[in-house]
Ligand binder design. Structure first.
Ligand code: KE4
Length: 428
């Protein structure tokens, strides 16, 4: 594959963008090499600046569940644009998208739109603290909830010790308001509640982890979180920014039949445009300004273009059989990749949750971040480049997810498996 144009664009970007990117994971740091630059996307494919066409399993990190530039989404956004890009005044579109979300997430009686998943989780945490009048929050090691200061923390020395900053610029005093426990460890979270229960405002969790690779909850884990938060009067926040409309149309909460107190959403609900959202019961959400005292605001929140893209995308996913067909294809892809790895004698551990999936280069089962980090990331990097050289783009990190879209048809899947057979045999 030629990369001259991308290489030139990369050098240009490095002159004016920190690290050449606007989000770190795009820089290919953990797989080596430099990123390609995209010219366009269509269906399951990206075309780069050199005209190379690749099958896309990143899909803008999840949002493009209807594929790139779906004609109906493009048409809807174009006509919305003809009416104006945004007003800072309410539009019906915000109510329509909120209603559509609520039909799939009955735990959400009210929805507030923001412009990113980070804004959604930051705001949900502030609301949980305001509602409970408590300061401590709990997160799981390896779960990512955006770059809000309270989330950029690493576990303290022991289970029941307060967290430490995981980035310069995050004040230690703020990190100390966060407790970090291993994912899928019911004893650890129980111990933390035994120590701090009366002071915990909320637990925030990815109900299926997607930022350590894809790691589903072990049986009973989410139920334990739900029981502990009820017992101690803390809120349970399901961060479904990634899992929403991906694990199931109703997210992980529908799949596992657990009702959280607050839910955060993003990615798919914007259909590729910048949207985040958080929601829950009216008695909690109505604490938000202007109704209540908890402040949160946003110039472009609920903007008509993003609402339109989200509405049309969800309409497409809601059509009979569309989501199930996508999930079935992901299952087929995972099983094909597993067979190919076994034939090649490459140890892999696979996970799937609806239309998202993980592929770890390890023989061990992966139930938490400690195990995930035992994966052979060098082998993952060889897999990544071997597949990209053959026209298939998976996430440039072992600790991300693969996503499928309605545009990933049988031909796309068989081309993927053909590339995988060659890559598994010769590259890793
Ligand atoms: P954003 O602020 O990036 O829109 O959303 C933050 C976020 C919150 N919660 C979960 C569960 C998430 O997965 C994310 C963002 N996901 C990453 C991919 N793992 C976004 C990619 C990136 O950072 O560029």
């Amino acid at each position: 594959m030629k990369h001259e144009s991308s290489n030139k664009l990369w050098q240009d970007a490095l002159q004016v963008l920190p690290g050449g990117v606007n989000s770190p994971v795009r820089a290919f740091k953990s797989v080596g090499g430099s990123p390609f630059f995209v010219h366009s996307g269509k269906g399951a494919f990206l075309t780069d600046a050199d005209g190379n066409r690749v099958i896309d399993y990143v899909l803008s990190w999840g949002p493009l569940a209807a594929g790139h530039a779906h004609p109906e989404v493009v048409e809807a956004v174009k006509s919305a644009a003809d009416n104006g890009f945004g007003f800072g005044v309410p539009t019906e579109l915000e109510t329509l998208l909120a209603r559509k979300i609520i039909t799939h997430y009955p735990s959400m009686e009210r929805v507030r739109f923001v412009n990113s998943g980070t804004e959604a989780t930051m705001s949900a945490i502030r609301l949980a603290r305001g509602f409970t009048k408590r300061d401590l929050i709990v997160k799981m090691d390896g779960c990512y909830h955006g770059h809000g200061d309270s989330m950029l923390v690493r576990a303290g020395s022991g289970i029941a010790t307060l967290a430490l900053p995981d980035s310069p610029g995050v004040p230690a005093v703020l990190s100390a308001q966060t407790l970090v426990v291993p994912y899928n460890d019911p004893e650890a979270i129980t111990e933390v509640f035994n120590h701090y229960g009366a002071d915990i405002a909320c637990v925030i969790v990815e109900p299926v982890a997607g930022n350590m690779g894809v790691v589903p909850p072990l049986p009973g884990y989410l139920e334990r979180l739900r029981a502990l938060t009820v017992t101690y009067g803390a809120l349970l926040v399901f961060d479904e920014v990634m899992t929403g409309f991906r694990v199931a149309l109703g997210g992980a909460q529908a799949h596992y039949e657990i009702t959280p107190d607050l839910t955060t959403l993003g990615k798919v609900i914007g259909g590729g445009m910048p949207v985040g959202a958080y929601g829950g019961p009216a008695d909690i959400m109505d604490m938000l300004a202007p109704r209540g005292p908890v402040y949160q605001a946003g110039t472009l929140s609920g903007n008509p273009m993003a609402m339109t893209a989200g509405l049309k995308t969800l309409e497409i996913l809601e059509r009979p059989g569309v989501f199930d067909d996508m999930e079935r294809r992901m299952t087929g892809l995972c099983s094909g990749l597993g067979d190919i790895a076994r034939e090649a004698g490459v140890p892999v551990y696979q996970t799937q949750a609806g239309t998202m999936a993980g592929l770890f280069f390890t023989e061990m089962p992966v139930h938490d971040y400690t195990n995930a980090k035992l994966s052979d990331t060098k082998r993952y990097a060889k897999w990544f480049h071997g597949m990209l050289d053959r026209g298939v783009y998976f996430a440039p990190s072992q600790f991300e997810a693969a996503f499928i879209s309605t545009a990933h048809d049988d031909d796309v899947l068989s081309s993927t498996l053909e590339a995988a057979r060659a890559a598994m045999k010769t590259d890793i």
